[in-house]
Design a protein around this ligand. Structure first.
Ligand SMILES: Cc1cc2nc3c(=O)[nH]c(=O)nc-3n(C[C@H](O)[C@H](O)[C@H](O)COP(=O)(O)OP(=O)(O)OC[C@H]3O[C@@H](n4cnc5c(N)ncnc54)[C@H](O)[C@@H]3O)c2cc1C
Length: 424
């Protein structure tokens, strides 16, 4: 297969270079009018952004189409990360874009979400790498760090000179992290001694700093620690053989008597409640990633349907194929509008856990359904990675499960609307 094939249907490519050569009636139909553009943003939400924000989105789109699309399938197959792209991503000037101060411009979380769409639309792995760095890692420092910690880390992370990771999940503790973390922190003088393991930690094989959440042996509260690369007692082993998001470097971290200075304890992370505040913010981002993942699969499927002929006609001309495309588009528009309103609520300071959880659960479910339709439309060719859609199908599985499974997010919403918790 050719990984160098840039198969994403860009706006410029929206009209196939060569119209299909179908039977006469369909041919004359295709040639007699200009085909509409391939775009999943059917309700023109991007057009609601300011001119400045639209320019940022276009910059991200251009980068993803020119730099990521041509190479990403090969990296995905080899489960490698394209490190050469980090300086180019840094030049986009988008890390920590919604934070205020410490080198960050204080743009909206809505813009941040639309950036996630532009990334995931081309490749969900790159969107995840960026989400872990800019959302989970920078976001933890932004929400839970002291002034000094924010000044030390956020400007360099904004410039992507330092890359971050976020370690919450453990081999035996996933959904039950709130009450079940087993990684321990013991204070000894001006230091903390960390022991335990963390599983699935994105970027951690190479990150300059990893946030580690651990339970204080003294008061049993969950606290956060900034563990810098090379700290003795910290090791990160790459997890192999994933079937999704293969470009993301997930690690199994082992902390063995790992000593961290008190100065590296996140000074404003006092309990799991503070961890949950970070997750509330980043779950909204995952809803946006799901929109982008679905949009990418839809755009590939639409472009394919106009180029693939069966029975002497483009398959796009069949009613049942149009039904698949319209189902996909409906899912995307519903998810996009929901995510947009969620971000507006976040920007207004009124977004609660249950709002973020509903969008995360709904948008990722609809994404999973949508990429399935796209694969169905490509039939046999949908199985081949060279046709892109298969990668979105696989990646949707991870997005569906991380940052809280559908079940856990459903329970958060269920508790809010009934007043009755049903977690255990
Ligand atoms: C690609 C990828 C990247 C990730 N990156 C990170 C990262 O960077 N940092 C990090 O900390 N974590 C990360 N994770 C971990 C992720 O957040 C967890 O996988 C997720 O929270 C679910 O935990 P689990 O996989 O251990 O599943 P489990 O908690 O074992 O759940 C198994 C099943 O049981 C269900 N279940 C559990 N409890 C209940 C209940 N009370 N009621 C009903 N059903 C229940 C779940 O919904 C699920 O279907 C990543 C995961 C993946 C796949």
């Amino acid at each position: 297969m050719s990984g160098a094939k840039t198969d994403h249907p860009t706006s410029a490519q929206s009209q196939p270079a060569k119209p299909p050569k179908p039977a006469k009636s369909a041919q004359s139909q295709a040639e007699s009018r200009t085909l509409p553009p391939v775009s999943g943003d059917f309700y023109h939400l991007a057009a609601m952004m300011s001119a400045d924000d639209q320019a940022i989105l276009q910059r991200v789109r251009a980068f993803m189409e020119a730099e990521v699309a041509p190479i990403i399938t090969r990296y995905w197959i080899r489960a490698e990360f394209p490190f050469e792209l980090i300086p180019k991503m840094a030049a986009l000037d988008i890390a920590g874009i919604a934070y205020q101060g410490y080198g960050c411009p204080g743009k909206t979380t809505l813009l941040d979400g639309m950036i996630a769409v532009e990334m995931a639309r081309i490749d969900p792995s790159i969107a995840t790498f960026f989400g872990v760095h800019s959302g989970l890692a920078m976001g933890t420092i932004y929400l839970c760090g002291s002034e000094e910690q924010k000044r030390q880390w956020l400007p360099t992370m904004r410039r992507m000179e330092k890359i971050g990771a976020f370690g919450l999940t453990e081999p035996d503790v996933g959904s039950g992290a709130a009450g079940g973390l087993t990684t321990t922190a013991r204070r000894e003088g001006d230091e903390w001694v960390l022991n335990g393991q963390k599983k699935w930690i994105g970027n951690a094989t190479f990150a300059d700093v990893t946030v580690i959440w651990a339970r204080d042996e003294a008061d049993q509260q969950v606290k956060g620690f900034l563990v810098e690369k090379g700290t003795p007692g910290f090791s990160a082993e790459k997890m192999e053989d994933k079937m999704a998001l293969r470009v993301v470097q997930n690690a199994l971290i082992t902390l063995k008597d790992c000593r961290v200075a008190e100065a590296n304890r996140l000074q404003n992370a006092r309990s799991f409640r503070d961890t949950a505040a970070v997750l509330r913010m980043t779950r909204a981002g995952v809803a946006w990633q799901a929109v982008g993942c679905a949009m990418g699969a839809y755009e590939h499927a639409l472009a394919y349907s106009r180029q693939r002929n069966q029975f002497g006609k483009p398959i796009a001309s069949f009613q049942l194929v149009q039904d698949l495309l319209v189902r996909m588009l409906g899912n995307i528009v519903a998810s996009e509008c929901m995510a947009m309103r969620l971000s507006q609520m976040q920007d207004a300071g009124i977004m609660r856990d249950e709002h973020a959880s509903l969008a995360k659960a709904f948008c990722t479910s609809k994404c999973r359904e949508t990429v399935g339709y796209a694969r169905e439309l490509l039939a046999g060719n949908g199985i081949l990675l060279e046709n892109q859609v298969g990668r979105f199908v696989a990646d949707a599985e991870a997005i569906y499960s991380y940052e809280g499974t559908r079940e856990m997010n459903t329970l958060i919403v269920g508790r809010a609307i009934t007043g009755l918790g049903a977690f255990v």
